[in-house]
Design a protein around this ligand. Structure first.
Ligand code: 5GP
Length: 231
């Protein structure tokens, strides 16, 4: 693959869809890889835009034909990234953005260690729960059991934050969007060390650097503590 590969993971309820939507609209030459899934469309989702919605038979056939770079089962539904979506982005001279869960991110990292991974964290469990309940209402009111299952899964996923190169805490939306944009611009600049860095790129780098997992410790500590995790 010619361009950069960005992996974005976040527990459900971390506000990822909004962030991804804004990132997609504000950064050029960044191709969002539309995953395949066996789950049914939600709300205003459109086939081919948020996901390629498929049945289990089609998904299984694609799996057997080795069409997926990675795949995972999440809440009983299957999700996968096709190898061809990366190739299509490379053909268009674009970098690629994958929105995948932690299992998928592990698989991609094993195959493509150069991938740039970003983990989005909700600021605390109260906001996570509020967002999950709002989403449940938007889905027509799912059961309390489903909300609790999503909360438990979110906590489980958060424990994997150490596997990621960057951590973005989605407390203030505009700031989180700016940090994601900065990470893309900074990584592009670092991928071409021979090219001069202009003042705008320097500004992006200064926003991205504090989000590196190795630099984010102070901001991360209260977030982890609120979830009861040691930092
Ligand atoms: P949702 O059904 O809420 O859109 O997504 C559920 C989870 O599946 C999210 O964590 C999302 O990142 C993940 N997901 C979406 N597409 C893929 C994919 O292609 N591969 C993997 N491994 N996870 C995916």
């Amino acid at each position: 693959m010619a361009g950069l590969l960005f992996i974005l993971s976040a527990p459900s309820g971390s506000g990822k869809s909004t962030l991804v939507g804004q990132l997609r609209s504000m950064v050029d030459r960044l191709s969002f890889s539309v995953s395949w899934t066996t789950r049914a469309p939600r709300g205003s989702e459109q086939d081919g835009r948020e996901y390629h919605f498929s049945n289990r038979e089609t998904f299984k056939r694609m799996l057997e034909a080795d069409e997926f770079l990675e795949h995972a089962e999440v809440f009983g539904n299957h999700y996968g990234t096709t190898r061809s979506s990366l190739q299509e982005a490379a053909d268009r001279d674009c970098d690629v953005l994958l929105d995948i869960d932690v299992q998928g991110a592990t698989q991609v990292r094993q195959r493509m260690p150069e991938a740039i991974s970003i983990f989005i964290l909700p600021p605390n469990p109260q906001i996570l729960e509020m967002r999950l309940r709002n989403r449940s209402r938007a889905e027509g009111g799912v059961s309390e059991e489903t909300v609790l299952r999503r909360l438990a899964k979110a906590r489980e996923e958060i424990e994997n934050y150490r596997e990621y190169r960057y951590i973005v805490i989605n407390d203030v939306l505009d700031q989180a969007v700016e940090e994601l944009i900065a990470i893309v611009h900074a990584e592009r600049a670092w991928a071409h060390p021979d090219q001069p860095v202009d003042s705008e790129t320097q500004r992006w780098i200064s926003i991205a650097q504090p989000c590196l997992r190795t630099n984010v410790k102070e901001r991360l500590r209260p977030v982890l503590a609120s979830f009861g995790f040691p930092s």
